[in-house]
Design a protein around this ligand. Structure first.
Ligand SMILES: *Cc1c(COP(=O)(O)O)cnc(C)c1O
Length: 372
């Protein structure tokens, strides 16, 4: 039969009439960049994320980049993040002129190890960017405590974590600001690219709004050199429809994850760990194996699509050679990068499809146990 890694079409078809109306509505209004749909989305998404303010931008990377710029971060500054993430987390730091400083992850949750943060702080450190990887929030209490002690800005990379919670607080509600992505494959996906910076600070919000729109609050009154990083009207309209369903879809993802966990029970397959005080939103459901390449090949042969998020920790990438890190410096990140394997995960994934995935993976695991 085969199982796809994601199925964007299934979601579209489940709300096709509303999405089509949103698309046509934008064509009729001709509000193509920002506009009333984006403004309403910003209001509603701020509420959803538990933040005071939200500013729509052209993608999640810009949401991070502009938040850092708005906080005054630039050349000569250091910003702490993790190497086990998508490259955008560190690229956004680099774009400001600041230096990304890596700290290792917790080996169980794959998120920032707060103990490593304290050790990486120097007089140049200005900010911390914890990543809510796979949809589970980083350990925010100790991170916020360290930030407070040293006067650092905290930017949550919430690109994968719409609706995730930490001790009852939403992603986007704890740090000084957070960046969300609406890339089509993310938990809340646009009809193209999109992103949102949310913040508790009026001044950060004001600056992000200026920076995304050529550095002007009022047309042609350019106060600073800004960018063209506005969210499109069509994305505002589509995302407003999707915001109505995100909680339902998140619960469907969580149900699918619970089914995987139950089906894998007793097989020896290493499944994701959701800590008791978190709401994991399962952007990614990643298992671990030391024989990943062989498993991917075997699963692909059965039509079961998989992913690897992410195969190379950032400090080992050619692009970040100039930072001077060495292989071996972040062992938890390196081990995770070598072992994680993302299984099909999306709200509409059903138990029959999951049985197919689990029986194939369990057979591989049984083989591995026999060989060991
Ligand atoms: C997707 C992603 C981004 C970047 O978002 P885009 O919308 O693709 O620019 C940043 N950080 C993480 C962890 C992501 O997964």
């Amino acid at each position: 039969m085969g199982v796809p890694f994601v199925d964007l079409k299934a979601q579209y078809h489940s709300i096709k009439e509303e999405i089509d109306a949103a698309l046509i509505g934008t064509m009729e209004s001709c509000a193509f960049t920002l506009g009333p749909e984006v403004a309403q989305l910003e209001k509603d998404f701020a509420v959803y994320a538990g933040a005071q303010f939200a500013a729509g931008v052209n993608n999640g990377t810009s949401a991070l980049h502009l938040a850092l710029l708005a906080a005054g971060i630039g050349p000569g500054d250091e910003v702490i993040t993790v190497p086990f993430t998508f490259i955008a987390s560190a690229s956004a730091i680099h774009y400001t002129g600041a230096r990304p400083v890596f700290v290792d992850i917790d080996p169980v949750t794959f998120t920032m190890d707060p103990a490593a943060v304290e050790a990486a702080i120097t007089p140049r450190t200005r900010a911390i960017v914890p990543v809510h990887l796979y949809g589970q929030m980083a350990d925010m209490d100790p991170i916020m405590a360290i930030a407070k002690k040293h006067g650092l800005f905290v930017l949550e990379d919430a690109a994968q974590a719409h609706g995730a919670e930490y001790k009852g607080s939403r992603a986007g509600s704890i740090g000084d600001a957070a960046g969300f992505s609406f890339y089509p494959g993310k938990n809340m996906g646009a009809a193209g690219e999109g992103g949102m910076t949310v913040t508790q600070h009026a001044e950060i919000n004001r600056k992000v709004r200026m920076l995304r729109d050529w550095g002007a609050e009022k047309k042609y009154h350019h106060e600073i050199i800004g960018y063209n990083m506005r969210l499109e009207g069509i994305q505002g309209a589509v995302l407003r429809v999707k915001l109505k369903y995100i909680e339902k879809w998140t619960e469907m993802r969580r149900d699918a994850a619970a089914r995987y966990n139950a089906m894998f029970k007793g097989t020896g397959v290493v499944t994701p760990v959701e800590l008791s005080n978190r709401r994991h939103v399962y952007h990614i459901y990643a298992i671990r194996t030391k024989e990943r390449a062989r498993w991917i090949e075997a699963l692909n042969a059965k039509g079961i699509q998989t992913g690897v998020h992410y195969p190379f920790p950032l400090h080992t990438l050619k692009a970040f050679d100039f930072l001077g890190y060495k292989q071996g410096q972040f062992p938890n990140s390196e081990k995770a990068a070598a072992e994680v394997l993302s299984l099909p995960m999306y709200p509409e994934l059903n138990a029959v499809q999951q049985e197919e995935v689990v029986s194939a993976v369990a057979a591989l695991q049984a083989e591995a146990l026999q060989l060991a």
